[in-house]
Design a protein around this ligand. Sequence first.
Ligand SMILES: Nc1ncnc2c1ncn2[C@@H]1O[C@H](COP(=O)(O)OP(=O)(O)OP(=O)(O)O)[C@@H](O)[C@H]1O
Ligand SMILES: [Mg+2]
Length: 524
Amino acid sequence: MNIATATLADRRAALQNGANKGSRIQASDIVIGKDILELISSAMYVDPMTIYREYVQNAADGIEAAREAGLISGDERGRVDIRVDPASRSITIRDNGAGIPAGQFEGRLTALGGSQKRGTKARGFRGVGRLAGLGYAQELIFRSRTAGQKTVSELRWDCRQLRTALRSVDFTGGVAELIAEITTGSLVDGTDAPARFFEVELRGIVRQRNDALMNIDAVAEYLSQVAPVPFHADFSFGEEIRQAIGDAQICELDIRVNEGKPLCRPFRNVMTAEGQPELTLRAIETIEIAGVDGGVAGVAWVAHHDYEGAVPNALHAKGLRIRAGNIQIGGHALLEELFSEQRFNSWAIGELHVLDRRVVPNGRRDDFELNIHMSNLINHMAPLARDVAKRCRTSSIRRKWLRDFEMHRTVASEKLAIAAQGALAVAERDSVAADVRGSLGRMERIAETPDLDAETVTALLEQMQSIRRGLDDLAVSDVVESPLARFEAPKREVFEQMFSLIYECSANRVAAKSLVDRILQKLS
Ligand SMILES: Nc1ncnc2c1ncn2[C@@H]1O[C@H](COP(=O)(O)OP(=O)(O)OP(=O)(O)O)[C@@H](O)[C@H]1O
Ligand SMILES: [Mg+2]
């Protein structure tokens, strides 16, 4: 018996006879069960929204292919139209890319793995991404027509039948039998369809907890962050970033949801969200990262702002994020570990655009496979993260100094007003003025700290100057100006003592002063 070509039964027999060395398993003996389909489709994607990312990614690859074939001109943007219909619970994602020729249509869309894109410039390469919708719909329908083709090719995946077969103990076939059973291919009339297109229609969307798949705003929000769409016209640094990345790498698409305006990335020079303070992006810094063996491995940029805390979620721009093929991989926290204090990542706004094809997203596209090329990129991001963290810390310290300054300024101006009120005896008034000078001294020390910029210091000095002027006025003013001046000395002293007691016994200086003001008014 030739052990190398033995069947499984032969091998078992050989094993029992002790002849168990160096045998090779036959491909025909290997079982690939139906369950594999679930593992590479619904079980793979945790967040339902990732289905939009997978289909837009395929559209981007199809559009690039069309551009290379000269079907889309150089400066024309590829188009992706997304239709979300909550009433019929369906989603259609259509692109004007190259499409799939009729002869290859069913083959490509029923294959598992073995993507034709591997080794090319395309974003996909595993040959499974289009199955992302299987777990979220009742039916998945792919349609396409290539330039010059008369009819439209159509392939339907029956997801309900798929789920039943996966659960069934009677279905004993492998994954190929399962796919053959649940898919139907046909050629359909293309009268109303565009001359060249690819589309996927998801029918009977399964209701999720927050039903975000059916929420038009949520879809637009998600894609504005993740998809390859242009920067907004109100983000003046967009062009600089595009130049740094290179036009050939950036691939920006015209993506519209329910015929709305073309989607844009979320960055603006002044970013606003309801109920949140404005956030102004003041300057950007870009770095080019060299690959381990030369060439450009990536381009990163950060937008500096006032670093007053975490960037609000509602701005959709929080954290240093990573993009490959101008599509976001993972979420906002992927580079969090670069920061000694991780929370500072959420104070940052910026991106790393991966340009080296050897830096590969993982199967779920929620992180990258770790190899030397990826480690090299991460290492080069560290100084940028350190700089951002330093700015966050400096900003915290600066705000603490400004809070302290404001506290002393408030005390000084309240006491100045009391001293100028003319309700206290001269000695008492001098003591209050001395307090004001004390506060001024503390304000002066704050204004001298190196943590504050020149513009801020000038503003602080102006505030101190106004208090100093108040003190000078006090020095030249006379007792005659006091509202108590018209009383005889003994009576005046009684009032002065009473006012002094009010100030001494009151917990609230401002309230005490207004009480004294009212009494003085009654006395006048
Ligand atoms: N919008 C599209 N336009 C043209 N061809 C498409 C489109 N979507 C899918 N295809 C074809 O179907 C194939 C399978 O798509 P699928 O998303 O499953 O795999 P992939 O994109 O090759 O790799 P990945 O799993 O990494 O996404 C693609 O390789 C491509 O040939
Ligand atoms: Mg794909």
